[in-house]
Design a binder for this molecule. Structure first.
Ligand code: GLY
Length: 395
Protein backbone atom coordinates (compact mmCIF):
# COMPACT_ATOMS: atom_id res chain seq x y z
CA UNK A 1 0.00 0.00 0.00
CA UNK A 2 1.26 3.50 -0.74
CA UNK A 3 1.43 6.37 1.71
CA UNK A 4 -0.44 9.67 1.84
CA UNK A 5 -0.05 12.08 -1.12
CA UNK A 6 3.01 13.85 0.36
CA UNK A 7 4.53 10.50 1.39
CA UNK A 8 4.49 11.30 5.12
CA UNK A 9 2.02 10.11 7.74
CA UNK A 10 1.09 12.06 10.83
CA UNK A 11 1.16 8.91 12.95
CA UNK A 12 2.77 5.55 12.29
CA UNK A 13 2.09 2.67 14.68
CA UNK A 14 4.42 -0.34 14.91
CA UNK A 15 2.41 -3.37 16.04
CA UNK A 16 -1.11 -4.56 15.30
CA UNK A 17 -2.11 -6.09 18.63
CA UNK A 18 -4.93 -4.46 20.59
CA UNK A 19 -2.72 -1.66 21.87
CA UNK A 20 -1.42 -0.76 18.40
CA UNK A 21 -4.88 -1.07 16.90
CA UNK A 22 -6.60 1.11 19.50
CA UNK A 23 -3.86 3.72 19.17
CA UNK A 24 -4.23 3.80 15.39
CA UNK A 25 -8.04 3.90 15.57
CA UNK A 26 -8.14 6.76 18.06
CA UNK A 27 -5.45 8.67 16.15
CA UNK A 28 -7.36 8.33 12.88
CA UNK A 29 -10.55 9.54 14.60
CA UNK A 30 -8.65 12.71 15.57
CA UNK A 31 -8.05 13.34 11.87
CA UNK A 32 -4.42 12.19 11.80
CA UNK A 33 -3.22 10.41 8.65
CA UNK A 34 -2.37 7.13 10.31
CA UNK A 35 -0.56 3.96 9.25
CA UNK A 36 0.04 0.69 11.06
CA UNK A 37 2.80 -1.83 10.33
CA UNK A 38 2.45 -5.49 11.27
CA UNK A 39 2.84 -8.68 9.20
CA UNK A 40 -0.35 -10.11 10.74
CA UNK A 41 -2.43 -7.44 12.51
CA UNK A 42 -4.94 -8.76 15.02
CA UNK A 43 -2.60 -11.24 16.71
CA UNK A 44 -0.44 -10.77 19.77
CA UNK A 45 -1.07 -11.42 23.44
CA UNK A 46 -4.78 -10.54 23.21
CA UNK A 47 -5.36 -13.61 21.06
CA UNK A 48 -4.47 -15.71 24.09
CA UNK A 49 -5.86 -13.47 26.88
CA UNK A 50 -8.99 -14.35 28.84
CA UNK A 51 -10.27 -10.76 28.81
CA UNK A 52 -10.87 -10.16 32.53
CA UNK A 53 -11.40 -6.51 33.37
CA UNK A 54 -10.17 -7.21 36.87
CA UNK A 55 -8.85 -3.94 38.31
CA UNK A 56 -9.99 -4.86 41.85
CA UNK A 57 -9.56 -8.63 42.06
CA UNK A 58 -6.17 -8.52 40.34
CA UNK A 59 -4.86 -5.77 42.62
CA UNK A 60 -1.26 -6.29 43.73
CA UNK A 61 0.52 -4.72 46.69
CA UNK A 62 2.68 -1.79 45.65
CA UNK A 63 0.67 -1.16 42.47
CA UNK A 64 -1.64 1.60 43.74
CA UNK A 65 -0.58 4.05 41.02
CA UNK A 66 -1.37 1.47 38.37
CA UNK A 67 -4.71 0.82 40.10
CA UNK A 68 -5.73 4.43 39.37
CA UNK A 69 -5.10 3.92 35.64
CA UNK A 70 -6.79 0.50 35.67
CA UNK A 71 -9.89 1.89 37.40
CA UNK A 72 -10.05 4.86 35.01
CA UNK A 73 -9.91 2.48 32.03
CA UNK A 74 -12.54 0.16 33.57
CA UNK A 75 -14.90 3.14 33.94
CA UNK A 76 -14.44 3.97 30.25
CA UNK A 77 -15.24 0.42 29.08
CA UNK A 78 -19.03 0.68 28.60
CA UNK A 79 -18.80 3.82 26.43
CA UNK A 80 -15.74 2.49 24.61
CA UNK A 81 -17.53 -0.76 23.77
CA UNK A 82 -20.64 1.09 22.59
CA UNK A 83 -18.55 3.31 20.31
CA UNK A 84 -16.47 0.43 18.97
CA UNK A 85 -19.49 -1.78 18.32
CA UNK A 86 -21.13 1.10 16.47
CA UNK A 87 -17.98 1.82 14.45
CA UNK A 88 -17.30 -1.81 13.55
CA UNK A 89 -20.79 -3.30 13.47
CA UNK A 90 -19.44 -6.14 15.64
CA UNK A 91 -20.26 -7.45 19.12
CA UNK A 92 -17.18 -7.63 21.37
CA UNK A 93 -18.62 -9.88 24.08
CA UNK A 94 -18.56 -7.30 26.89
CA UNK A 95 -20.26 -8.87 29.89
CA UNK A 96 -21.06 -7.03 33.14
CA UNK A 97 -21.06 -10.27 35.09
CA UNK A 98 -18.81 -9.38 38.04
CA UNK A 99 -16.22 -11.63 39.64
CA UNK A 100 -16.08 -14.00 42.59
CA UNK A 101 -12.61 -14.65 44.05
CA UNK A 102 -12.62 -17.74 46.27
CA UNK A 103 -10.20 -19.44 48.65
CA UNK A 104 -9.41 -23.14 48.59
CA UNK A 105 -7.91 -23.72 52.07
CA UNK A 106 -7.35 -21.80 55.29
CA UNK A 107 -4.09 -20.22 54.07
CA UNK A 108 -5.74 -19.10 50.83
CA UNK A 109 -8.59 -17.68 52.89
CA UNK A 110 -6.14 -15.69 55.01
CA UNK A 111 -4.54 -14.38 51.79
CA UNK A 112 -7.92 -13.28 50.42
CA UNK A 113 -8.85 -11.69 53.76
CA UNK A 114 -5.69 -9.59 53.54
CA UNK A 115 -6.53 -8.63 49.98
CA UNK A 116 -10.04 -7.66 51.07
CA UNK A 117 -8.65 -5.39 53.82
CA UNK A 118 -6.27 -3.82 51.30
CA UNK A 119 -9.10 -3.28 48.79
CA UNK A 120 -11.42 -1.74 51.39
CA UNK A 121 -8.62 0.51 52.63
CA UNK A 122 -8.37 1.90 49.10
CA UNK A 123 -12.13 2.48 48.97
CA UNK A 124 -12.76 -0.30 46.44
CA UNK A 125 -16.06 -2.13 46.24
CA UNK A 126 -15.51 -5.70 47.46
CA UNK A 127 -17.80 -7.82 49.62
CA UNK A 128 -16.66 -10.73 51.81
CA UNK A 129 -18.83 -13.88 51.47
CA UNK A 130 -18.83 -17.18 53.38
CA UNK A 131 -18.22 -20.41 51.50
CA UNK A 132 -21.95 -21.14 51.58
CA UNK A 133 -22.76 -17.71 50.14
CA UNK A 134 -20.21 -18.28 47.38
CA UNK A 135 -21.84 -21.63 46.50
CA UNK A 136 -25.28 -20.07 46.49
CA UNK A 137 -24.03 -17.71 43.76
CA UNK A 138 -22.10 -20.42 41.90
CA UNK A 139 -23.47 -23.92 42.63
CA UNK A 140 -20.64 -25.59 40.68
CA UNK A 141 -18.07 -24.50 43.29
CA UNK A 142 -16.48 -27.27 45.34
CA UNK A 143 -17.96 -27.91 48.81
CA UNK A 144 -14.56 -27.11 50.35
CA UNK A 145 -14.44 -23.48 49.15
CA UNK A 146 -13.59 -21.42 52.24
CA UNK A 147 -15.19 -18.08 51.45
CA UNK A 148 -14.43 -15.38 48.98
CA UNK A 149 -14.81 -11.88 47.62
CA UNK A 150 -17.61 -10.66 45.42
CA UNK A 151 -16.55 -7.79 43.17
CA UNK A 152 -19.44 -6.61 41.04
CA UNK A 153 -17.36 -4.13 39.03
CA UNK A 154 -14.80 -6.61 37.61
CA UNK A 155 -16.29 -7.63 34.27
CA UNK A 156 -15.05 -9.26 31.07
CA UNK A 157 -14.75 -8.80 27.33
CA UNK A 158 -13.82 -11.27 24.58
CA UNK A 159 -10.32 -10.16 23.46
CA UNK A 160 -10.53 -11.97 20.12
CA UNK A 161 -13.75 -10.22 19.21
CA UNK A 162 -12.40 -6.94 20.59
CA UNK A 163 -9.35 -7.24 18.35
CA UNK A 164 -11.42 -8.10 15.28
CA UNK A 165 -13.69 -5.12 15.91
CA UNK A 166 -10.69 -2.81 16.31
CA UNK A 167 -9.29 -4.04 12.99
CA UNK A 168 -12.55 -3.24 11.22
CA UNK A 169 -12.87 0.12 12.99
CA UNK A 170 -9.33 1.02 11.89
CA UNK A 171 -10.07 0.08 8.29
CA UNK A 172 -13.27 2.11 8.33
CA UNK A 173 -11.47 5.10 9.87
CA UNK A 174 -8.92 5.07 7.04
CA UNK A 175 -5.87 3.60 8.79
CA UNK A 176 -3.37 2.39 6.15
CA UNK A 177 -2.20 -1.16 6.92
CA UNK A 178 1.30 -2.21 5.88
CA UNK A 179 1.43 -5.97 6.31
CA UNK A 180 5.17 -6.34 6.85
CA UNK A 181 7.56 -6.46 9.76
CA UNK A 182 9.18 -3.24 10.95
CA UNK A 183 12.92 -3.87 10.50
CA UNK A 184 14.32 -0.70 12.02
CA UNK A 185 13.59 2.79 13.16
CA UNK A 186 14.70 5.59 10.84
CA UNK A 187 16.48 8.58 12.34
CA UNK A 188 17.32 12.00 11.01
CA UNK A 189 19.82 13.48 13.41
CA UNK A 190 18.25 13.21 16.85
CA UNK A 191 14.72 12.68 15.55
CA UNK A 192 12.74 9.51 14.68
CA UNK A 193 11.30 9.89 11.20
CA UNK A 194 9.66 6.52 10.47
CA UNK A 195 10.58 2.91 9.82
CA UNK A 196 12.03 0.61 7.26
CA UNK A 197 9.94 -2.50 6.61
CA UNK A 198 11.19 -5.99 5.78
CA UNK A 199 11.70 -5.82 2.02
CA UNK A 200 13.11 -2.31 2.19
CA UNK A 201 10.00 -0.08 1.95
CA UNK A 202 10.39 3.08 4.00
CA UNK A 203 7.49 4.79 5.76
CA UNK A 204 7.95 8.26 7.12
CA UNK A 205 5.88 9.97 9.77
CA UNK A 206 5.77 12.98 12.03
CA UNK A 207 5.39 10.67 15.02
CA UNK A 208 6.07 6.94 15.34
CA UNK A 209 4.54 4.80 18.09
CA UNK A 210 6.30 1.62 19.17
CA UNK A 211 3.46 -0.68 20.26
CA UNK A 212 4.91 -4.10 19.52
CA UNK A 213 4.09 -5.79 22.85
CA UNK A 214 6.84 -8.03 24.17
CA UNK A 215 8.85 -7.39 20.97
CA UNK A 216 9.03 -3.65 21.63
CA UNK A 217 12.53 -3.83 23.08
CA UNK A 218 13.96 -5.45 19.96
CA UNK A 219 13.49 -2.91 17.18
CA UNK A 220 16.80 -2.12 15.48
CA UNK A 221 17.82 1.51 15.26
CA UNK A 222 16.25 2.59 18.55
CA UNK A 223 18.94 4.28 20.66
CA UNK A 224 19.76 2.30 23.81
CA UNK A 225 18.61 5.04 26.18
CA UNK A 226 15.05 5.01 24.79
CA UNK A 227 14.72 1.28 24.06
CA UNK A 228 11.83 0.12 26.30
CA UNK A 229 12.76 -2.34 29.07
CA UNK A 230 10.10 -4.88 28.06
CA UNK A 231 10.43 -8.60 28.63
CA UNK A 232 8.17 -11.52 27.61
CA UNK A 233 6.16 -13.17 30.41
CA UNK A 234 4.64 -16.39 29.17
CA UNK A 235 1.04 -17.26 29.93
CA UNK A 236 -0.54 -20.60 29.06
CA UNK A 237 -4.33 -20.64 28.72
CA UNK A 238 -6.96 -23.33 28.10
CA UNK A 239 -10.32 -23.04 26.37
CA UNK A 240 -13.12 -25.44 27.30
CA UNK A 241 -16.62 -25.53 25.92
CA UNK A 242 -19.78 -25.74 28.01
CA UNK A 243 -22.43 -27.89 26.27
CA UNK A 244 -25.96 -26.45 26.28
CA UNK A 245 -27.16 -29.08 28.76
CA UNK A 246 -24.74 -27.81 31.47
CA UNK A 247 -25.50 -24.10 31.01
CA UNK A 248 -25.17 -21.89 32.93
CA UNK A 249 -22.10 -23.67 34.22
CA UNK A 250 -20.72 -20.50 35.84
CA UNK A 251 -22.48 -17.14 35.81
CA UNK A 252 -19.51 -14.89 36.50
CA UNK A 253 -15.73 -14.95 36.42
CA UNK A 254 -14.35 -17.15 39.19
CA UNK A 255 -10.84 -16.52 40.44
CA UNK A 256 -9.17 -18.58 43.09
CA UNK A 257 -6.06 -18.89 45.12
CA UNK A 258 -5.30 -22.61 45.37
CA UNK A 259 -2.47 -23.43 47.78
CA UNK A 260 -1.00 -20.02 47.07
CA UNK A 261 -1.32 -20.22 43.27
CA UNK A 262 -3.78 -18.08 41.28
CA UNK A 263 -6.16 -19.52 38.69
CA UNK A 264 -9.18 -18.05 36.91
CA UNK A 265 -12.18 -19.34 35.01
CA UNK A 266 -13.91 -16.92 32.63
CA UNK A 267 -17.28 -18.08 31.26
CA UNK A 268 -18.54 -16.45 28.07
CA UNK A 269 -22.13 -16.17 26.98
CA UNK A 270 -21.29 -18.22 23.85
CA UNK A 271 -20.35 -21.26 25.98
CA UNK A 272 -16.59 -20.81 25.96
CA UNK A 273 -14.87 -21.25 29.33
CA UNK A 274 -11.34 -19.84 29.50
CA UNK A 275 -8.97 -21.11 32.20
CA UNK A 276 -5.73 -19.30 32.88
CA UNK A 277 -2.99 -18.58 33.27
CA UNK A 278 0.57 -19.54 34.00
CA UNK A 279 3.12 -16.78 34.50
CA UNK A 280 6.57 -17.91 33.39
CA UNK A 281 9.79 -16.02 32.81
CA UNK A 282 11.18 -18.17 29.99
CA UNK A 283 12.14 -15.68 27.32
CA UNK A 284 10.55 -16.15 23.90
CA UNK A 285 9.20 -19.63 24.53
CA UNK A 286 5.51 -20.15 23.63
CA UNK A 287 5.39 -23.93 24.02
CA UNK A 288 2.26 -25.32 25.62
CA UNK A 289 3.61 -27.77 28.17
CA UNK A 290 2.07 -30.79 29.87
CA UNK A 291 3.07 -29.24 33.19
CA UNK A 292 1.33 -25.95 32.44
CA UNK A 293 -1.87 -27.65 31.33
CA UNK A 294 -1.74 -30.01 34.32
CA UNK A 295 -1.36 -27.18 36.85
CA UNK A 296 -4.18 -25.13 35.38
CA UNK A 297 -6.56 -28.12 35.25
CA UNK A 298 -5.52 -29.33 38.72
CA UNK A 299 -6.13 -25.94 40.36
CA UNK A 300 -9.31 -25.17 38.42
CA UNK A 301 -10.61 -28.65 39.28
CA UNK A 302 -10.04 -28.08 43.00
CA UNK A 303 -12.44 -25.13 42.85
CA UNK A 304 -14.87 -26.28 40.15
CA UNK A 305 -14.69 -30.11 39.97
CA UNK A 306 -17.25 -30.29 37.15
CA UNK A 307 -14.76 -28.97 34.58
CA UNK A 308 -13.58 -32.52 33.97
CA UNK A 309 -16.86 -33.18 32.11
CA UNK A 310 -16.25 -30.40 29.59
CA UNK A 311 -14.56 -30.72 26.18
CA UNK A 312 -11.08 -29.19 26.09
CA UNK A 313 -11.06 -27.35 22.76
CA UNK A 314 -7.87 -25.30 22.74
CA UNK A 315 -4.58 -24.77 24.50
CA UNK A 316 -2.33 -21.82 23.71
CA UNK A 317 0.43 -19.65 25.11
CA UNK A 318 1.21 -15.97 24.68
CA UNK A 319 3.74 -13.43 25.87
CA UNK A 320 2.71 -10.57 28.12
CA UNK A 321 4.88 -7.47 27.67
CA UNK A 322 6.30 -7.15 31.18
CA UNK A 323 7.88 -3.92 32.41
CA UNK A 324 10.10 -3.34 35.47
CA UNK A 325 7.17 -2.00 37.56
CA UNK A 326 4.39 -4.00 35.84
CA UNK A 327 2.88 -0.78 34.48
CA UNK A 328 2.73 0.41 30.87
CA UNK A 329 4.98 2.93 29.16
CA UNK A 330 2.84 5.54 27.45
CA UNK A 331 3.69 8.63 25.44
CA UNK A 332 6.75 10.53 24.23
CA UNK A 333 10.26 9.23 24.78
CA UNK A 334 13.43 11.31 25.07
CA UNK A 335 13.86 10.82 21.30
CA UNK A 336 11.73 13.41 19.48
CA UNK A 337 9.24 11.76 17.14
CA UNK A 338 9.20 8.41 19.01
CA UNK A 339 6.43 7.43 21.43
CA UNK A 340 5.77 4.19 23.29
CA UNK A 341 2.57 2.29 24.03
CA UNK A 342 3.85 -0.94 25.51
CA UNK A 343 4.63 -2.81 28.75
CA UNK A 344 0.97 -3.44 29.65
CA UNK A 345 1.88 -6.80 31.19
CA UNK A 346 -1.25 -8.36 32.80
CA UNK A 347 -3.52 -5.43 31.93
CA UNK A 348 -3.46 -4.96 28.16
CA UNK A 349 -7.13 -5.72 27.58
CA UNK A 350 -8.26 -3.70 30.61
CA UNK A 351 -6.10 -0.72 29.61
CA UNK A 352 -7.15 -0.68 25.95
CA UNK A 353 -9.69 2.20 26.19
CA UNK A 354 -7.50 4.57 28.18
CA UNK A 355 -4.41 3.73 26.14
CA UNK A 356 -6.23 4.71 22.95
CA UNK A 357 -7.33 8.00 24.48
CA UNK A 358 -4.02 9.04 26.00
CA UNK A 359 -2.00 8.04 22.95
CA UNK A 360 -4.31 9.98 20.62
CA UNK A 361 -3.85 12.99 22.90
CA UNK A 362 -0.07 12.57 22.95
CA UNK A 363 0.02 12.20 19.16
CA UNK A 364 -2.11 15.29 18.66
CA UNK A 365 -0.77 17.68 21.29
CA UNK A 366 2.62 16.17 22.11
CA UNK A 367 1.56 15.96 25.78
CA UNK A 368 0.26 13.16 27.97
CA UNK A 369 -3.00 13.89 29.80
CA UNK A 370 -2.56 14.12 33.60
CA UNK A 371 -3.92 10.62 34.37
CA UNK A 372 -1.17 9.05 32.24
CA UNK A 373 1.80 11.15 33.34
CA UNK A 374 3.03 8.64 35.96
CA UNK A 375 3.42 6.17 33.09
CA UNK A 376 5.81 8.19 30.98
CA UNK A 377 8.59 5.99 29.54
CA UNK A 378 11.02 8.56 30.93
CA UNK A 379 10.64 7.07 34.42
CA UNK A 380 13.07 4.34 33.32
CA UNK A 381 15.66 6.69 31.86
CA UNK A 382 19.11 6.38 33.41
CA UNK A 383 19.57 9.21 35.91
CA UNK A 384 21.83 12.00 34.72
CA UNK A 385 25.39 11.49 35.92
CA UNK A 386 25.79 13.22 39.27
CA UNK A 387 29.11 13.80 40.97
CA UNK A 388 29.85 11.30 43.72
CA UNK A 389 30.18 12.71 47.28
CA UNK A 390 33.91 12.23 46.96
CA UNK A 391 34.05 14.31 43.78
CA UNK A 392 31.89 17.00 45.37
CA UNK A 393 34.53 17.63 48.05
CA UNK A 394 36.98 18.97 45.47
CA UNK A 395 36.76 22.61 44.37
N1 GLY B 1 -4.60 -10.56 33.59
C1 GLY B 1 -4.55 -11.93 33.49
C2 GLY B 1 -3.23 -12.48 33.17
O1 GLY B 1 -2.31 -11.76 32.86
O2 GLY B 1 -3.11 -13.69 33.22
Amino acid sequence: MGGPPDGRYDALVIGGGIIGLVTAWRAALRGLRTALADPAPGGGAAWVAAGMLAAVTELHYGEQTLLGLNMASARRYPDFVAELEEASGQDVGHRACGTLAVAFDADDRAHLRELHTFQRGLGLESEWLTGRECRRLEPMLAPGVHGGLRVSGDNQVDPRRLTAALLTACERAGVAFHRARAERLLLDGDRATGIELAGGTRLTAERTVLAAGSLSGRLAGVPDDVLPPVRPVKGQVLRLSVPERYAPFLSRTVRAVVRGGPVYLVPRENGELVIGATSEELGWDTTVTAGGVYELLRDAHEVVPGITELPLVETCAGLRPGSPDNAPMLGPTALPGLLLATGHHRNGVLLTPITGDVMAEALTSGELPPEARPFTPRRFAAPAATPSPAQEQHP
